[in-house]
Design a protein around this ligand. Structure first.
Ligand SMILES: O=C(O)CCC(=O)C(=O)O
Ligand SMILES: [Fe+2]
Length: 373
C-alpha cells in the first residue's frame, strides 16, 4: 500500500462563499481530486455537461430541441408504476404520494404544459424524475448525493452543515420552504436574521451536482426537467452517518423520556421509533457495516494487486483498506455505545467485537500481533 489517505477532521470549516467549483474537463479531473477535495472536504461542486455527453439517457430521453422525448419514454417505460407526489398538499412536511403508470403521468405532464402549467389535478411530482421543487431537507442518513440533469434546468439553494440551525422555528422545526416570507417573523424564527444566505447554484442540462453530507438544500425545476439522482455512503462519510443515527436516537429518547421508568422494553421501543423515522435501527446499522466490511475484506483477500480503476466494479485495495479503517473506527465507537450494548449483540453473527478484531488484524497486523502477545 503506498500513500495513506488523509484523516477527515471532525470539524470542517467552510469558507464563506457564494458559489461552488465548476469542473469543466473530465480529461483533467481525477477521482483522486474528487476524493480529497470534495468528498473528504465535504464541499459541493458542479460537473460540466461533458461528463454526461456519452450517457444513453442524454441521447435518447431528450429530443434535438432539448425537450423530454415523450415517445421514447412512453415506449420504453410507459407501463412502469411511478410514485407521484401532490406538491400542493403537505402532510408532516412532505407531499402525499401515490403510484400511477408512467403513461398516465406523461399524459398529465403534456396536458399541464400545453395549458400553461395549469391543471385541475394541481402540481404532480414524479419522484426520481423530479418535476417540481422539493421541500427543504438534507439527504437520507446524511449520505452524499449526485444529481445529473438529463434535460432542463434546476436551481439549488445550498446551506452548509450546521447553518440550518438558524432556520429552525421556535419549536425547533425546519421550514418546509426556506423562501417563505414567514421566516421573516422574528417571533417564529428567532435566529433567521443570523443565517447566511444560501449558495445558489443553477444547474444546466447535462451538468451533475455533488451535494455533500448534511448540506441542507431546496431545489426548483426552473423548466421541464428530467434528472437522475444517486445517494451513497462510503469510508469518507460513514462516521457522519453514525453520528446522525446517534442524534436521531437521542431525539427519540427525549421525546418518550417520560415513559422510561414505567414502560417495558422502552429501549427497544426507541429503536423501533427510530427505524420508522429514519429507515434504520442500530441492529441494521451493524449489519450494514458488516456487509460492507465483508465485501472490502474480499477485495483485499482475492485481489491484492491494484488493477487499473477503469472497468473495475469493486474498489481497489487502497480504497478497500481506507473503508475498512473507517468502518473499524465507527465499529469501535458502536461497541462502546450504551444503547448498542442494550441490544443482544452476542447473538449477532459475527459478534461485533469479533468483527472488529478481524478488521484490526487486516488493517494493522503488526500492532495487533504485539498487542495480542
Ligand atoms: O432534484 C430534485 O428535485 C431534488 C433532489 C433531491 O434533493 C433529493 O432527491 O434528495
Ligand atoms: Fe436531496
Amino acid at each position: 500500500m503506498d500513500e495513506k489517505l488523509p484523516e477527515r477532521s471532525d470539524v470542517v470549516l467552510y469558507e464563506v462563499r457564494n458559489h461552488i467549483d465548476f469542473i469543466e474537463d473530465p480529461e483533467t479531473f481525477s477521482y483522486h481530486e474528487f476524493f480529497h477535495k470534495y468528498m473528504i472536504g465535504n464541499v459541493p461542486c458542479l460537473f460540466s455537461s461533458k461528463f454526461t455527453g456519452s450517457w444513453g439517457s442524454r441521447r435518447f430521453w431528450v429530443t434535438a430541441d432539448n425537450q423530454p422525448n415523450w415517445d421514447h419514454l412512453l415506449q420504453n417505460f410507459g407501463d412502469a408504476a411511478v410514485p407521484v407526489a401532490k406538491c400542493d398538499l403537505k402532510e408532516y412536511n412532505a407531499n402525499p404520494k401515490e403510484q400511477i403508470p408512467l403513461c398516465e403521468y406523461i399524459e398529465y405532464w403534456r396536458g399541464h404544459k400545453e395549458n400553461a402549467y395549469q391543471s385541475t389535478k394541481g402540481c404532480l411530482y414524479l419522484k426520481d424524475w423530479h418535476m417540481q421543487r422539493t421541500p427543504f431537507h438534507a439527504d437520507v442518513f446524511r449520505s452524499y448525493s449526485w444529481s445529473a440533469n438529463i434535460c432542463g434546468r434546476k436551481k439549488w439553494l445550498l446551506f452548509p452543515p450546521g447553518s440550518e440551525g438558524n432556520l429552525r422555528d421556535c419549536h425547533g422545526n425546519l421550514p418546509y420552504d426556506v423562501t417563505s416570507p414567514t421566516l421573516q417573523d422574528p417571533k417564529l424564527y428567532l435566529n433567521y436574521q443570523k443565517c447566511c444566505p444560501p449558495i445558489e447554484v443553477t444547474q444546466e442540462a447535462g451538468e451533475i451536482i455533488f451535494v455533500p453530507s448534511g448540506w441542507h438544500h431546496q431545489v426548483y425545476n426552473v423548466i421541464d426537467t428530467i434528472s437522475i439522482n444517486h445517494n451513497w455512503v462510503n469510508g469518507c462519510n460513514v462516521a457522519v452517518m453514525w453520528r446522525f443515527l446517534q442524534k436521531e436516537l437521542t431525539a427519540v429518547q427525549r421525546e418518550i423520556a417520560e415513559w422510561k421508568d414505567t414502560m417495558d422494553g422502552w429501549d427497544q421501543h426507541c429503536q423501533v421509533i427510530m427505524k420508522s423515522c429514519t429507515g434504520i435501527d442500530y441492529t441494521e446499522f451493524y449489519t450494514f457495516l458488516k456487509m460492507i466490511a465483508q465485501r472490502r475484506l474480499e477485495v483485499l483477500e482475492t485481489n491484492g494487486v491494484d488493477l487499473p480503476a477503469e472497468g473495475r466494479m469493486t474498489p481497489g485495495p487502497r480504497h478497500a483498506l481506507f473503508d475498512l479503517e473507517k468502518i473499524a473506527d465507527v465499529l469501535s465507537t458502536l461497541i462502546d455505545d450504551v444503547d448498542f450494548q442494550k441490544l443482544d449483540v452476542e447473538t449477532f453473527d459475527p459478534p461485533p467485537k469479533q468483527l472488529l478484531r478481524r478488521l484490526k488484524m487486516v488493517i494493522d497486523p503488526k500492532s495487533c500481533a504485539v498487542r495480542c502477545v
